[in-house]
Design a protein around this ligand. Structure first.
Ligand code: COA
Length: 261
């Protein structure tokens, strides 16, 4: 993998574990980290051995404590647009990643860290996790997709509350409002996150990919168009070996052995 300073990839079977490692700054996203995240996702995208990705932060304290405030303090109106676009582009690549991406949030997920978790398809957290969009307290607003994705995931009312107050919410509340699917003890987070994701990757890979695609299309289309797309994909999947295998395995009372074809 190309020259990486703050992002590393670990492998565990069919899973790639992307670790943001800038512990001394609570894994804050400077321009370099954002660029490296994009590079890593581009490199693993076409790796046929990878069926799912966990994104996590190094150390016990933070997933990601936000965009790098030292860098943001130097922004001009023009470079500010660039900073926001660069982050949005990388996070959109994660959102559109063709394999399931799960954020394992251990500790602070603030600002750009919360937005990174929102761009992932799935989220689980440790019991010490704290989520928040504190940007207004710094005189700015979420700039990596937070004003777009947060309301879709937790609803308009809580999104407005979080963005306007900038206050942190704890893991229990994050679970109650549907921001995370599960909360685990800190020292079990990564193992439990992998097990959670394996509950996805054990399924037909083509179906998982197309389910993500269909859900994404539905978010950005008129309901009739989304329904047409869903029907077309539903029909298309009947041509896959995975569908034959999945249904035959059920009828033969055995576990399916999907090939992703
Ligand atoms: N950007 C740059 N540096 C950051 C950072 C960020 N978003 N978040 C934390 N850091 C740095 C701190 O400046 C400190 O660096 P230093 O040791 O060189 O002084 C280091 O990470 C540790 O943070 P610290 O504040 O000492 O830890 P803490 O446990 O007292 O507080 C937080 C933790 C998360 C509550 C606090 O760091 C914080 O509020 N961070 C900013 C969160 C934020 O506003 N994010 C949105 C940015 S748009």
């Amino acid at each position: 993998m190309s020259d990486l300073q703050h992002v590393r990839v670990e492998w565990d079977g069919e899973l790639a574990i992307v670790v943001i490692d800038r512990v001394d700054k609570l894994n804050a996203l400077n321009a370099e980290v954002v660029r490296e995240l994009g590079d890593v996702f581009r490199e693993i995208r076409d790796d046929g051995d990878v069926l799912g990705v966990v994104v996590t932060g190094a150390g016990d304290k933070a997933f990601v404590a936000g965009a790098d405030i030292g860098e943001l303090a130097q922004m001009t109106p023009l470079t500010g647009v660039e900073v926001s676009r660069d982050g949005q582009n990388v996070f959109s690549e994660i959102e559109r990643f063709p394999k399931p991406v799960l954020a394992a949030v251990g500790g602070y997920a603030l600002g750009g860290g919360c937005e990174l978790a929102l761009a992932c398809h799935l989220r689980v957290a440790s019991d010490n996790a704290r989520f928040g969009q504190p940007e207004v307290g710094l005189g700015t607003i979420p700039g990596f997709g937070g004003t777009v994705r947060l309301a879709r995931i937790v609803g308009f009312g809580v999104a407005v509350e979080m963005v306007l107050t900038g206050a942190m919410i704890d893991a229990d509340r994050a679970e109650r409002i549907g921001l995370v699917s599960a909360v685990y003890p800190r020292d079990e987070l990564l193992d439990r996150a992998k097990a959670f994701l394996r509950g996805v990757t054990k399924n037909g890979p083509v179906a998982v990919r197309m389910a993500l695609e269909s859900i994404y299309v539905a978010q950005n289309s008129a309901p009739q168009d989304a329904a047409s797309f869903e029907s077309a994909v539903f029909g298309l999947l009947a041509s896959t070996d995975d569908l034959k295998e999945g249904m035959t395995a059920f009828l033969e009372k055995r576990k399916p052995a999907f090939k992703g074809e």
